[in-house]
Design a protein around this ligand. Structure first.
Ligand code: ARG
Length: 461
């Protein structure tokens, strides 16, 4: 006979390799807290419904708490011999309360148990991640507030397009993270559902109370279908998808910070504590942190594709393939927690080199649109104004001048309607301030935007 918990129907124990392959304890031990929490709720329900005696329930609950204490303090160890966290806890409970431990699994299967653990785990983690996201958003707001009047070239095609307020650029990321927060909050509706009591597939013959366990565990709802309850992993796919989008945003911001910190741009400088040196080139200060954030995005995308592929084609209900849902989820949680935790202080401690930004703006032709718009206000059609401005820019480039250095006489040779007020109109400050449309980069608008952002941060969490 096999020595396994499920060994009754077997004549031999599994071979060593099978045991290794089958075991998930090396990673699902991360579910210890949730497994014990779920079991304590289950026991309370069993007693309430008269399925076990009150005294038995008390003993089981005390035993479960002891197991938790012993495992977390390192007095008890988890073993691959017992496959997963669920069986390990049960074996350890046996050491605490003897044969009574066998009653814990009444009216329950590991299929609804593991799903419950993961719902509980992800709910906690999503709340935590939303909190960390808020920290990043706070830092973005603070930096934006300090740089409302800092002017920097704005790019399209990574070519200088129009000068913008640096605050406006930073706040663009605030809104991306705000959408990420919205997606994560929305996903909680689907995470906050209890599968407990679904049994292995079809429910149970015992008179259980699923609503009671759901309430004890703080779940909003229960799965209405036991088959769906044990085979649904959508909530994890959804988390990985939301995490991928969030990492994509982190990666774009990281990419910009890497470019900005280069000698070619000199827009920002990272604090030494966020950089590393080169083993060969003594002069180097490498932006390893944003590079790693950019790099880690790939592994999160990988986890999303991995789980989608694992689930594709699985017949209902539980299949062992589903054990593969965990490592990617744990790794994604850890990656997000670490990435967001490093991102906030990295932005906070980054020096913004406003003078260099302004120098860059002054040298470029990003005020050309304003020259064209000026001609339009003088009555020229925009297409014509665009063409005339193009010619002026071409000559200026050839003569190595910027548009503020072109003389009024030269301007007049293109259009007699150009007056001396053109120079004020082409100053970077005026160019930025002129974009006073809703959501535009004028400091006036950016201030409104910042207030809106700050009020959102106050309103939740
Ligand atoms: N370790 C398993 C998992 O993570 C627990 C569920 C096992 N269920 C089963 N019927 N073998 O998926």
């Amino acid at each position: 006979m096999s020595s396994k918990v499920w060994g009754g129907r077997f004549t031999a124990s599994p071979n060593q390799l099978v045991e290794e392959m089958n075991a998930s304890i090396s990673f699902d031990q991360a579910l210890l807290d949730e497994d014990i929490e779920g079991s304590i709720a289950h026991v309370a329900m069993l007693a309430r419904c008269g399925i076990v005696e009150e005294a038995e329930a008390e003993k089981l609950t005390e035993g479960l708490k002891k197991v938790h204490e012993k495992v977390t303090s390192g007095v008890a160890t988890l073993s691959a011999q017992y496959e997963d966290i669920h069986m390990n806890v049960e074996m350890l409970l046996h050491e605490e309360v003897g044969e009574l431990a066998g009653k814990l699994h009444t009216a329950r299967s590991r299929n609804d148990q593991v799903a419950t653990d993961m719902h509980l785990y992800l709910k906690k983690k999503v709340h935590n991640i939303i909190g960390l996201l808020k920290d990043v958003q706070h830092v973005l707001c603070d930096k934006a507030e300090a740089h409302l009047d800092t002017i920097v070239p704005g790019y399209t095609h990574l070519q200088r397009a129009q000068p913008i307020s640096f605050a406006h650029h930073l706040l663009a990321y605030f809104w991306m993270f705000q959408r990420d927060t919205g997606r994560l909050e929305d996903s909680l509706k689907r995470i906050d559902v209890s599968p407990l009591g679904a049994g292995a597939i079809a429910g149970t013959t015992f008179p259980i109370d699923r609503t009671f366990t759901a309430e004890l565990l703080g779940f909003d709802e229960v799965y209405p279908n036991s088959m769906d309850a044990v085979s649904d992993r959508d909530f994890i796919v959804e988390f990985l998808s939301n995490a991928s989008m969030l990492m994509m945003h982190i990666s774009r911001l990281s990419e910009e910070m890497i470019i900005w910190s280069s000698e070619e741009f000199k827009f920002v400088e990272f604090d030494d504590t966020f950089c590393t040196g080169s083993s060969m080139m003594p002069q180097k200060k490498n932006p390893d942190m944003p590079e790693l954030l950019r790099g880690k995005t790939g592994r999160v995308y990988g986890h999303l594709m991995g789980l989608l592929t694992t689930l594709k084609g699985l017949p209902l209900t539980y299949n062992k393939d589903m054990q593969e849902d965990k490592e990617g989820m744990f790794d994604t949680v850890e990656t997000l927690e670490k990435s967001l935790s490093v991102l906030a202080p990295m932005i906070e401690s980054m020096t913004v080199r406003s003078e260099h930004m302004y120098e860059s703006v002054k040298q470029d032709y990003s005020n050309a649109t304003d020259l064209a718009d000026y001609l339009v206000t003088k009555g020229m059609a925009f297409r014509k104004a665009h063409e005339v401005t193009g010619k002026i820019v071409l000559t200026a480039i050839q003569e190595k001048k910027n548009l503020l250095e072109v003389s009024l006489e030269e301007y007049k040779s293109y259009s007699s309607s150009i007056e001396a007020d053109i120079y004020n109109c082409l100053r970077p400050e005026s160019v930025v301030a002129a974009r006073d449309s809703l959501g535009g980069t004028a400091p006036n608008q950016v201030k409104k935007q910042l207030n809106h952002a700050k009020s959102l941060l106050k309103s939740n969490y």
